[in-house]
Design a protein around this ligand. Structure first.
Ligand code: V47
Length: 375
């Protein structure tokens, strides 16, 4: 679409407050905190979506990505007790507690490879009795068996824990993991950076400064990472924008984030007294606003596990250009009441993307094209 056509289309915008923002976006100018909040507050969802989609297509054309991957959560025993988390337990004797052996983890990776996976995504509890060597060995065993498989593993929260239990610096921990075969870091654990929100939902988790310090350290060591935001609980629009702007500033420094993933809060089986799932309009707005604020992040992911297939598909015209993947075994969101399936067939992802008018691309973790499904 030519900018002139687009301009005409946007002259139909019903919220006149958006005009100066539209102008800035079309000129490629960076949006401010106040403008981000305004975007969240508008009820002109269609204009917001068109604007975000304009940026997505400018960055990634008509391509929309998926990955054949598997999630592996080696244990849910965790030294932290976050109020929003339904997955973890502090008690090894809790009937829902589990721990996988190396062999089980390797077998899960083997199955993933047999299904054509290019990536395993590994995160889990901060097990109070596992040393750093256990986690290192896990990575090493997978890499030894499947040298071509990309291992995206351990959130910044886990890296901080490894540093504390081993006495090593963040840099030393990351270097050892990289040597063992780690390919990149996933974005979990960011939640909302606001200290006010963290005091309510995750009082004992590392704060935003350490989270970003760990990611920036990884980037400087040549490891890419993704970055997330957990929304739909007690946070305000202002706190969401503040979160995004802190990410944008970190990205200006290192350029190591590949993708931003808004994670819709799942409300069941946890200690926050929130009973509702997020709604479609908020999910779409969050995707669109993040696309517009995070001008230096290449990709925005519509994670079908947490927003469902229908909204994730729609989000491909509201600023998202990635649907994550086949996942194969999702636990974290489903312990907390996610209504989506726990895995996805590749054919289904291709169909969802095509129906949204985009070109499906099977990617690897770093967004290299493995196969383009162009007719
Ligand atoms: O870190 C925990 C979140 C994250 C709940 O990096 C919850 O590409 C919603 O980070 N409701 C794990 N969310 C998932 C994650 C992720 C998923 C897909 C792709 C990538 C990526 C990362 O899930 C946790 C936490 O932030 N979480 N409990 C809940 N009740």
């Amino acid at each position: 679409m030519k900018v002139t056509d687009f301009d005409r289309l946007l002259s139909l915008a019903s919220d006149k407050e958006l005009f100066p923002i539209i102008d800035k976006v079309l000129k490629g100018e960076r949006l401010s905190f106040e403008e981000g909040v305004k975007l969240f507050k508008t009820s002109d969802l269609i204009t917001l979506g068109l604007l975000a989609n304009y940026i997505t297509e400018k960055k990634n054309g008509k391509y929309a990505y998926f990955v054949i991957n598997r999630q592996i959560n080696p244990t849910n025993v965790c030294a932290l007790d976050c109020n929003f988390c339904a997955f973890a337990t502090m008690d090894r004797n809790d009937p829902k507690a589990y721990e996988m052996s190396y062999q089980e983890v390797v077998e899960k990776a083997r199955y993933a490879v047999s299904q054509g996976a290019s990536e395993v995504h590994i995160v889990g509890g901060l097990h109070p009795e596992w040393g750093f060597d256990v986690y290192l060995e896990m990575v090493y065993q997978i890499k030894r068996n499947f040298p071509d498989l990309h291992i995206k593993a351990f959130t910044a929260v886990e890296i901080d824990y490894f540093s504390r239990i081993s006495g090593l610096s963040y840099e030393e921990v990351l270097l050892k993991l990289k040597e063992a075969g780690l390919g990149s870091l996933p974005g979990g654990g960011a939640e909302i950076f606001s200290p006010r929100v963290r005091r309510i939902i995750a009082p004992s988790k590392i704060g935003w400064k350490k989270y970003l310090q760990i990611h920036k350290t990884a980037h400087r060591l040549g490891l890419h990472s993704t970055v997330t935001m957990l929304y739909g609980h007690v946070e305000t629009y202002e706190e969401r924008i503040d979160h995004m702007i802190k990410i944008r500033e970190a990205q200006d420094e290192t350029g190591g984030f590949t993708c931003f993933i808004p994670l819709a809060y799942q409300p069941e089986n946890n200690e926050l007294n929130i009973t509702e799932h997020t709604h479609g309009v908020d999910d779409l707005k969050t995707i669109a606003v993040s696309r517009l604020i995070l001008d230096n992040i290449p990709h925005i992911k519509a994670y079908w596990v947490m927003i469902g297939e229908k909204i994730a598909q729609t989000a491909l015209n509201f600023g998202a250009d990635d649907m994550d993947g086949t996942v194969m075994e999702e636990k974290i969101a489903h312990f907390a009441g996610a209504k989506s399936p726990t895995q996805q067939q590749k054919e289904k992802l291709i169909r969802l993307i095509k129906e949204a008018g985009k070109i499906p691309v099977e990617r690897d973790t770093l967004y290299n094209h493995l196969k383009v499904y162009e007719e």
